[in-house]
Design a protein around this ligand. Sequence first.
Ligand code: ZN
Length: 200
Amino acid sequence: MAASAGPEIERLIALLGKLPGLGPRSARRAALALLKRRDQLLTPLSQALAEAAAKVRACSVCGALDTSDPCSVCADRSRDAGLLCVVEEVGGLWALERGGAFRGRYHVLGGLLSALDGVGPDALRVGELLRRVESGEVREVILALPATVDGQTTAHYLADRLTPTQVQVTMLARGVPVGGELDWLDDGTIAQALRARRPA
Ligand SMILES: [Zn+2]
């Protein structure tokens, strides 16, 4: 393949193209934007990347990403250690933290069970979860997993594995989003919301 830019630029484009949501065309546009704005974008971004590579680690307790281990959530004594929220990936933790309503701790699974992709329990942080629950501090495990086939398979598997610990296991409610018009919801969501109704 004839490279239209120099090998350094082609390498930059190839690496950017591996990012989620960036295809070859948008990777090329991103590379060009970076190169055209060297002082505002390229140099600060390369410094931020180097700093992240040097300092960010997975928390040895919950699996979240932070510059300290244990992470700032695990180290925060004001958070309720009795509430443990299980998420698929760090992105789920960030989403719940943005919501600001949860003051417990987290456990990042590192993926979901998937028969299709050959992902079994050993590939996920299931053993670590059971050990944390068995250590006795946890009252309730909240399974905040996606409403997909793999998400629900994983939730049911974890609920089964947690049964002997006698901890309370709950799942996030599914239903009408805040500001949502009933007309716009899909049938599955409407049915779920109706089943999950509660006293007004
Ligand atoms: Zn942590």
